[in-house]
Design a protein around this ligand. Sequence first.
Ligand code: ADP
Length: 548
Amino acid sequence: MHGLMQRTPLLLSSLITHAAENHAGAEIVGQSVEGPIVRSSWGEVARRAAQLAGALSRLGVREGDRIATLAWNTPRHLELYFGVTGIGAVLHTVNPRLFLPQIEYMLRHAEDSFLFFDISFTDIVAALAPKLAELRGLVALTDRAHMPALGLPNVLCYEDLLAGEADIYLWPRLDEDAASILCYTSGTTGNPKGVLYSHRALLLHSFCAAAADGLAVSCLDSGLVVVPLFHANAWGLPFAAAMVGAKLVLPGARLDGASLFSLMQTERCTFAAGVPTVWFGLFDYIDRNRDALDLSRFCLDRILCGGSAAPRVLIKRFDETFGAFLLHAWGMTETSPIATLGRLLPKHLGLDREARYDIQSKQGRPVYGVEVAIFDPEGQRLPRDGRAVGHLKVRGPWVTAGYFKGEGGVVLDAENWFDTGDVATIDADGYVTLTDRAKDIIKSGGEWISSIELENAAVGHPDVLEAAAIGVSHPKWVERPLLLVRCKEGKVVEKQAMLDFLADRVARWWLPDDVIMVEELPHTATGKLSKVSLRKTYADYLLKKAAE
Ligand code: ADP
C-alpha cells in the first residue's frame, strides 16, 4: 500500500522560492571583484536568479545544457547557483586555480555552452575561449562600466543581460534526479573526473547541513563562506542557508587574514567555513597585529573546517582566541561533500579542554545519510575498534554513483560502496580518524606511518607555519619519512630541535630521517599540500645522502 502524501520533487528551485517568500530581507554581503562591498539579500538573489533564468532561456539554454563559471564567492555567483539549476541547466563550477590545460580539458569535456567569468579571470578566458568550439557565449560577471576588452565575439555583460528580464520565473517541475551541478575533482592522478550532482542529492544534503547536529545553519547565523563556490558546492552552504534564511558573507577574491578578520568582525559572523590553511593565515595576521586588534567585537560561535586535517593547534587557538568550536568535517567532492562531522557526544561534555581537543581532532562521526566503513585490502570489513586501519568506503544518497561520461569506469562495488582513497580507523562511537590518503601513507619496513599525524605534530610547534611529511626511498626500510618544514616569518627551527619536539609526540620509529627547512611548500588548486610534486623532488634524497 502506498502512502498518501504529495510527491513534490526535491528541487533546488524550491529553496530559492522559500528563501524569497520567508527570508527576503536576510542579507547577502559580498566583496565584489570591482572593489566595493555589495549588500544584497535573499529576496534580491531570488529576483536576479529569476532574471538570469529568463536571460538563459532567451539565449536558448535548455535542460541539461552545461553552463560554466570561473568565479569567486560573490552574490552574482550565488545567483548563478539558483538561476542556472532552476531551469534544469547544469552549473559547472570550474576551479580557476587549476593549470590552464586542466581548465581547458574540463570545459571541453563538459561541453559547456556558456562561460560566466569574473573579470579577474579575463586572461584565462582570452587564452581558452578561441580554442573551445562548443562555447556559444561568454558572460563577464560585471556591469557595462567594467567590461573587459577581450576582442572576442560573443562576449556579453551580466548586468545588461539581466536588465531587461522579469524578476519572477515560473520554475519548471523537473525530475528530482536531473543533474544540477557538475564539479570536477582535481585529479591528482589521471584526468579530472566530473561529479554530477542531482537536485535530489543536494536537497537531501541541505537538510543534513542545516540540522542541529549537522552544520547547524540557522536564520540567526551570519556565515562567512571562505570555502569556494567553485569547489564541492561550498560544502552545501548556499543551499542550506537558503533553506533557513541565514545571512551569508562572501569574501570574493580577498582571502587574506586581514580581509577575513575585517569581514568577520563587521558582519558579526557567527560561523565561518574554510580549509585549515585559510585559518592559519588568519592567525598569522592576528599574531602580527595583536595590539592593534579588537577581538571583543566578535561573535564567532564555530568554525567549519575540513578539506585537509584540522591540526589540534588550530582547534585550540579558535577556542582560546574566540571561544569558538572548530567543527572538523571530512568529505570529498564525491560526497557532496559532507560525510562525517566532529560533534561531541554527551559523555564528552564534562571533559577538560585538552581531552576535548583530542576528540575534535578526529574527522568526526557519520551524518545520517552517509554510511562509512573500513575494509582490508581483500575487501573484508574491519571492526570499529579505533585500532584497525583500513580503506575507508562510503555510500548513501549524496555519494557519487559514477563520474560524468563514465570516466574512471565502475566506481561502486557490488554493495554500492565507494572507495574514498583514504585510509582510516573508526572507533566504537563511530568517530573516523583519517590516517592518510592511501597514496600518501609512508610505508616503512612493512609498517604504516601516518603523514597526517606527523604533520599535525610538527605544526604544533609555535614557530612552524606548515609542514609536509612524505615517504622517500630508503635502502633498508623501502621508505622512510622526510619532513619539510616552513617556519613562520623570521623564525628558524633547527633539525634537532624539531626532532626533540616530535619525540614527545609520536612513536620513536616514526621520527623523520631528516628535517628540511623550506621557504615555500607547494599546494594543489584546492589548497592542499601537493605531495605528488614533493615526492618527485625528494624521491632519492635519503639514497643520495646515504651514498655521500
Ligand atoms: P581534491 O582531491 O580535489 O582536493 P576533495 O575536496 O574531493 O578534492 O578532496 C577530498 C579529500 O580531502 C579526502 O578524500 C581526504 O583525503 C581529504 N580530506 C577532506 N577532509 C579532510 C579532513 N578533515 N581531514 C583529512 N583529510 C581530509
